[in-house]
Design a binder for this molecule. Sequence first.
Ligand code: UD1
Length: 345
Amino acid sequence: MSKSVILVTGGTGYIGSHTVVELQQAGFETVIVDNLSNSSAEVVDGIARITGVRPHFEKVDCCDRHAMAAVFDKYPGITAVIHFAASKAVGESVERPLLYYRNNLVSLLNVVEEMITHAVFHIVFSSSCTVYGQPAVLPVTEDAPVQPALSPYGNTKQICEEILRDTAASCSALQAVLLRYFNPIGAHPSAEIGEWPVGVPQNLVPFITQTAAGLRKELSVFGNDYHTPDGSCIRDYINVVDLARAHVQAVNYLSGGKNNPAVETFNIGTGKGLSVLELIAAFQKATCIKLPYKITGRRAGDIEQVWANPGKAHTVLGWRAQETIEDTLRSAWKWEERIARVRRG
Ligand code: UD1
């Protein structure tokens, strides 16, 4: 029997590349579509080195409807799509909202329209815990109310979820899984793939590893006057390989035909909240590197605390996070050392 083929948009990106690895290791054939706007074609080499199999790669922008149609025509065996391709910098989305609405919404519209035209009816969508804002009850469950988005980026995630719900309501064959990620961190343990931030990192862990590597003088801890035990913000940091595995489970779930309703939502987090100061301590413990940091003021738009109740993903998808925070932070550091060698040439 030939392998199922999974189309992965944004498959050379941070989460996409780790997901392609896990899919291939689970026996799927993969087709990556990526416009390389925020990633490099060398990621395909890294995937091939880890898995021993080179994924198909098409340098295509999902906003190009004709090019997307051609991809579906070229690979008639596609059985499901995992849609990652999107712009994701929160600050940039505030400065350039139209760019974010066009890119993130048009790419999903094109993908879903071409799926239906080509009778591909299973999609896994990359959503975010950002849809919950500051939840009233923690840990947050999937039925917590979605709150008004704090940025155009966050709003595109909410609108994309609605597009999929409305389309599934009118096209009964369409089946979707929405995965709401908490804070993905770390890298593949091989250090062949990882996150390569452009410019000064905005996210906490890349900033920590760049500071540990001496590229940044010190880390700023954004606020220690929150209503949390140590005053710093709390997040649910999920290992990127664990997160990637959730996509494999989601694809298997869809192909098993068990999902009811047609659009299912899952939190993908560890279920454990860590403060910024606890994360710094865990990094120091895991790597034996002393991290210079100072407490500064709050960052505008930050929520105080959020962590997942991942029980539904466990019960329904059979998924749960497995990696420890120390192993995850070691993988992030190993990746930073690897890219430091690449930067030095
Ligand atoms: C951010 C995005 C979120 C996205 C996620 C992906 C915002 C408002 N939200 O979440 O939509 O899904 O990234 O990972 O940008 N921190 C510091 N110093 C730093 C950097 C961060 O103290 O130099 C703190 C932040 O205040 C926050 C925590 O670290 O409490 C995590 O920050 P970050 O990694 O940027 O993620 P989020 O803001 O949670």
